[in-house]
Design a protein around this ligand. Structure first.
Ligand SMILES: NC(=O)c1ccc[n+]([C@@H]2O[C@H](COP(=O)([O-])OP(=O)(O)OC[C@H]3O[C@@H](n4cnc5c(N)ncnc54)[C@H](OP(=O)(O)O)[C@@H]3O)[C@@H](O)[C@H]2O)c1
Length: 327
């Protein structure tokens, strides 16, 4: 295999957060979708940093922070040049400090650049469960309960354990209820974002509130767990418009999705264990971005197709997954 040349991190676009901090506009995702071995994910982190990535998206529920910690320890890149984020899992909304301290121990870090509340609900599901799994203790979104969790997040900033805090899987109605009561507003909101699920209203809301949108499943998560698949799901990488634009750029449609994300003004966090794909995705952010015409064509290709529906977080009495998203 030909050696892959590292990419100069200085060429990678940056997002300036409301704090003034600079965050690389692409991160490496680390969720192995329940089937990729933790050591393989960690080795991808090491590969990615060697190839020029400086932003790694972690979460305690991915179960691999210890292994990723070893990968971070193995790199000679100074800590200050890395942007590492993690997320508090749903079962620790009541004790965020303990969750964060454990994540810091596992990752072998003194601080996180960003720490997110993974989901707005304290609802959990067993690992590897199927789509019909329901937890009888699951509850709907409670903004006051969320704000109690958020106060604990704010305390982590005061303690210097995390530099920024953020949300994930939020909606406009949910954010509207809490933003007026927050001392520190979210730096970012992590959300599903790919050409087939562009979420223009939420995207615009975040930009208006100076909250950076971070796009998960930027490629349409082709290897996502069974519990996140339904017969109606579409796939951005087989969309004829995307395929045609990708061909014109000499890119794989997956890489085009990453280029689209950065061109669209948000921060994708593609997952990959393949060094060539890890490299291609980073490189796509450093070459000429998509032009207005291409962006318009991709905007028109939106299918409004949510892939991560979150059915397993539904509570007793909920109608269906649309209720999780206030639809
Ligand atoms: N906040 C949340 O609730 C939430 C939810 C879901 C995901 N996330 C985060 O978002 C990250 C990304 O989402 P995801 O992992 O579900 O999906 P994704 O990044 O959309 O897709 C990953 C898949 O795309 C393939 N791929 C990547 N680059 C490619 C390329 N250049 N050419 C061809 N195939 C390519 C990978 O295969 P190879 O390994 O073979 O390259 C992998 O199977 C996660 O890892 C996680 O960090 C957050």
């Amino acid at each position: 295999m030909t050696e892959l040349s590292p990419i100069d991190p200085a060429l990678v676009p940056q997002r300036i957060l409301s704090s003034g901090a600079s965050m690389p506009a692409i991160g490496l995702g680390t969720f192995g979708s329940d089937h990729v071995d933790h050591d393989i994910v960690a080795s991808s982190v090491e590969t990615a940093i060697g190839l020029g990535y400086r932003h790694i998206d972690c979460a305690s529920v991915y179960g691999n922070e210890t292994q990723i910690g070893h990968a971070l320890a193995a790199t000679s890149v100074p800590r200050a040049e890395l942007w590492v984020s993690s997320k508090v899992w749903n079962d620790q909304h009541g004790d965020v400090a303990t969750a964060c301290e454990q994540t810091l121990r596992d990752l072998g870090l003194d601080y996180l650049d960003n720490y997110l509340v993974h989901w707005p609900f304290p609802n959990v599901h067993p690992p590897h469960c199927d789509v019909d799994e329901r937890n009888p203790d699951a509850v709907p979104y409670d903004p006051w309960a969320f704000l109690e969790t958020w106060e604990q997040m704010e305390a982590l900033v005061q303690r210097g354990l995390v530099r920024h805090i953020g949300t994930s899987n939020m909606t406009i109605p949910k954010l509207d209820l809490i933003i007026p009561h927050m001392t520190i507003t979210p730096s970012v909101n992590q959300m599903e974002l790919h050409p087939h699920f562009q979420q223009p209203e939420l995207f615009g809301y975040l930009i208006d509130h100076d909250i950076e949108p971070i796009g998960f499943c930027p490629i349409g998560s082709p290897a996502r767990p069974e519990r996140d698949r339904t017969a109606d799901d579409s796939s951005p990488t087989t969309d004829p418009v995307l395929v045609e634009i990708a061909e014109a750029h000499g890119l794989h449609p997956a890489t085009l999705c990453v280029k689209w994300a950065v061109s669209n003004g948000h921060t994708p966090i593609p997952f990959s264990t393949n060094p060539r794909n890890i490299h291609a995705n980073l490189e796509a952010t450093t070459t000429e971005l998509l032009d207005e015409d291409e962006l318009d064509r991709i905007e028109a290709a939106d299918q409004n197709c949510r892939l991560i529906k979150g059915q397993v977080f539904l509570w007793d009495g909920a109608t269906d997954w649309h209720e999780l998203w206030d639809e």
